[in-house]
Design a protein around this ligand. Sequence first.
Ligand SMILES: CC(=O)N[C@H]1[C@@H](OP(=O)(O)OP(=O)(O)OC[C@H]2O[C@@H](n3ccc(=O)[nH]c3=O)[C@H](O)[C@@H]2O)O[C@H](CO)[C@@H](O)[C@@H]1O
Ligand SMILES: C=C(OP(=O)(O)O)C(=O)O
Length: 430
Amino acid sequence: MEQYVIKGGNPLVGEVEIGGAKNAALAIISAAVMTDETVTIENLPNVRDINVLLNAISDIGAKVDRLDAHTVKMNGSFIHNLVVDNEYIRKIRASYYLLGALLGKYKHAEVALPGGCDIGSRPFDLHLKGFRALGATVDIRHGLVVADAKQLKGTHIYLDKVSVGATINIMMAAAMAEGKTTLENAAKEPHVVDAANFLNSMGANIRGAGTDVIRIVGVEKLHKTEYSIIPDQIEAGTFMLAAAATKGDVTVKNVIPKHLEAISAKLLEIGCEVEEFDDAVRVVSSKPLHHTQVTTLPYPGFPTDMQPQIAVVLGISEGTSTVTESIFENRFKYVGELARMGANFKVESNIAIIGGIENYTGARVNAPDLRAGAALVIAGLAAEGITVVDDIYYIERGYEEFEKKLASLGAVIEKVSTEKEIQKFTLKVS
Ligand SMILES: CC(=O)N[C@H]1[C@@H](OP(=O)(O)OP(=O)(O)OC[C@H]2O[C@@H](n3ccc(=O)[nH]c3=O)[C@H](O)[C@@H]2O)O[C@H](CO)[C@@H](O)[C@@H]1O
Ligand SMILES: C=C(OP(=O)(O)O)C(=O)O
């Protein structure tokens, strides 16, 4: 088990390069198997979830050549097995995309029920509703979702709830269905648009991604493409909030500022300066921060994947703030851990009421999930003294070289794996 050890109190200063979006890449590498021609994908983040999914894709026979850490060449013509199941794939959420991709292409798929961060009950019904509406039979058997169809037929589908996963999954299956599908109440997240653009670059006919209504005209075949994944909105937002928490001055580079507007707006509200460039955003935190209200919402609202990070910043901002989590019912598990660092949070149902304190004090804490883990690291960077974050396995699901990027901005942070190394770090920095 590895940990991050952090000596807090250093303002983060400098420039940091943001990688490709994990949640776009997971959809895109799944969709890549829908053609029998070779697909090249660039700006792939080199993180655990991507590697688990690429291994699963390779296990079913597709050719997966990693040209370098951020580029992969894939060929789906060698697929000989439509059953996707192993102990790693069961732990990630995005395995569900192989259902849409394989069902669309082969009209059959058997994929382990999805896992992912433990942030709520995370039902899967809308995906299944969509596949069934397209004409597939779908059953859960022995831990696998088994989807089968003689032919998929385009139809009209209304999603009862805005769901990123269901939108992309149904879009993939419908891309190779017969006729026209209209998907209403679709998710509008940047990764939905990126997945649609990728499919279109392979010859799909998808219009309206990024709006509430997506129209898909099925095609018989998809073809080769070369595609570069959009920058990661959530990685960028995490560094922006780390700058705010540490009274820093950070320019996050290789981003699409439009995707960061909800985060920038909150930073401005609490007293940071935010400067936008063509493909960069600079956050300067030089004044005392103050309270605000945040509610997580589907895009273009404030992202749920940034909720723990902004809550940590509000925890050391003057006054009383509230953070309302409207997407996942169990995304405040980090609050108990943050209390060890002195935080004054009270959670009532889906609302955290946050009494701002002057600063956190370093403590030993556990990362309960990916974004909460990143948020605890931010707390450690701001805190007085030393923080140890256990279970960083979760953080590595979605952040590439997190500690190295933070250290390049002046953070005192190391990845360690033994108690001896923790003691060594403590001696070195005290
Ligand atoms: C791999 C990936 O991209 N994960 C992201 C994806 O997760 P994921 O695709 O699981 O999230 P969804 O957008 O589907 O979930 C949104 C809401 O819809 C509900 N719901 C979803 C599907 C369904 O069939 N039935 C249903 O009721 C969920 O419980 C949740 O309340 O979008 C979330 C919301 O932006 C992000 O936090 C995750 O990081
Ligand atoms: C919750 C997340 O991922 P997943 O849906 O894969 O669990 C996330 O990226 O913050």
